[in-house]
Design a binder for this molecule. Structure first.
Ligand code: TYM
Length: 349
């Protein structure tokens, strides 16, 4: 009879390490439908699909202070983003949810990334160039250097995958360059991450100026939909969305940016392909289409709003954030030790 042999531990195949996913949202004001479709909805979908992946999702409060923030307002917004994450369906059993500033290593690695990046690279970032022209004086240094902090946010956790909207693509590219540069200078340290962009809805446009991104900092409140807007307001904003005078429902971003954006929103929220929607609304008016879209958006936001109010004043929210920060700190502090060692900082052997 063959004897059963047990392999020594060193001979056993090492278990495949879990992959990691990282993403964050800045708590400046309330979140928009663009944030939902471009980011939040993706996080929720991926948490159920990527079972071999550990999720680190955070509230990017250090990024908020690149522009002036009122103290109480910032506090409120941080909590609000945390509640929105959960209301949108993030499952704390599957996701480490935490506040960026509660894990000090973000700022430490942020500085190290500034010491890896070149000024020219920072100055070339389109978001910085756009934001700089909107502000005439008192532009904070961090407004320029914040992509280095974003790189740190990602590299700290050895993220394999970073789900983001289109507007963050350039920052992700910079992150990849910085990781590669650092690895080259100091030896293999960081995983070079991949971006993950939604197939439909990576760039939701303004309702009033469909050539621009939907953005909460726009002065015209009709240009964006807030996730917490009351549903009557949501329907009205969609009714007043800018379209064209052609009168037929067809996806053509160049010639018909307004209706194309509305088709994108409809398709992202229902998973009905745009081609299918074009057929369905072939002989319908813009007005009928907008009425239906108003209902689609209201149906998507209703459950989020209900759950939001269950979370916002619930002590369970703090427990979830504590638990997330604890796990994040463990991973982040190990990584910082490794980085210090590679660079010769401090006394790490
Ligand atoms: P923020 O807070 O501006 O946006 C959060 C997420 O929402 C996406 N998004 C959109 N997607 C589609 N259409 C839109 N109109 C739209 N507006 C916003 C953004 O692409 C983003 O994914 N720097 C980041 C936050 C951040 C981060 C990170 C993200 C900090 N560190 C590390 C990923 C990994 C920011 O300001 O996103």
């Amino acid at each position: 009879m063959p004897t059963k042999t047990t392999k020594k531990k060193s001979e056993q195949p090492t278990p495949k390490p879990m992959k990691r996913l990282v993403s964050g949202i800045k708590p400046t004001g309330q979140l928009t439908l663009g944030n939902y479709i471009g980011a939040l909805k993706q996080f929720v979908k991926l948490q159920d699909e990527l079972i071999d992946t550990e999720f680190f999702i955070f509230i990017a409060d250090l990024h908020a202070i690149t522009t002036p923030q009122e103290r109480q307002e910032l506090k409120k917004n941080i909590r609000s983003v945390a509640a929105v994450y959960l209301a949108c369906g993030l499952d704390p059993e599957k996701v480490n949810l935490f506040i960026q500033s509660e894990v000090n290593e973000h700022a430490v690695l942020g500085y190290i990334m500034e010491s890896t990046a070149y000024i020219g690279e920072m100055e070339r970032m389109t978001q910085y160039k756009d934001k700089k022209v909107k502000q005439t004086e008192g532009i904070r240094t961090s407004l320029m250097t914040y992509p280095a902090l974003m790189a740190a946010d990602i590299l700290l956790y050895d993220a394999d995958i970073v789900p983001i909207g289109d507007d963050q693509k350039q920052h992700l590219e910079l992150t990849r360059n910085l990781a590669t540069r650092f690895n080259h200078l100091y030896g293999d340290t960081f995983v070079v991450p991949e971006g993950f962009f939604p197939e439909t809805g990576a760039r939701i446009m303004s309702l009033s100026e469909p050539s621009k991104k939907m953005d909460k900092s726009n002065e015209n409140a009709k240009s964006y939909i807030m996730l917490l807007d009351d549903l009557g307001t949501v329907r009205n904003k969609i009714k007043s969305a800018v379209t064209d005078s052609d009168g037929f429902i067809k996806y053509d971003v160049k010639k018909k940016p307004g209706i194309s954006n509305l088709l994108t929103i409809y398709s992202s929220l229902t998973d009905i392909p745009i081609k299918e929607l074009e057929k369905q609304y072939k002989d319908k008016s813009y007005s009928a289409f907008k009425t239906d879209l108003g209902e689609v958006v209201a149906d998507a936001l209703r459950p989020i709003q209900q759950r939001y109010f269950e979370y916002i004043n619930n002590p369970r929210l703090d427990e979830i954030l504590d638990q997330g920060a604890e796990r994040a700190k463990l991973i982040a502090s190990r990584k910082i030790q490794k980085v210090f060692k590679k660079m010769g900082l401090g006394r790490v052997k």
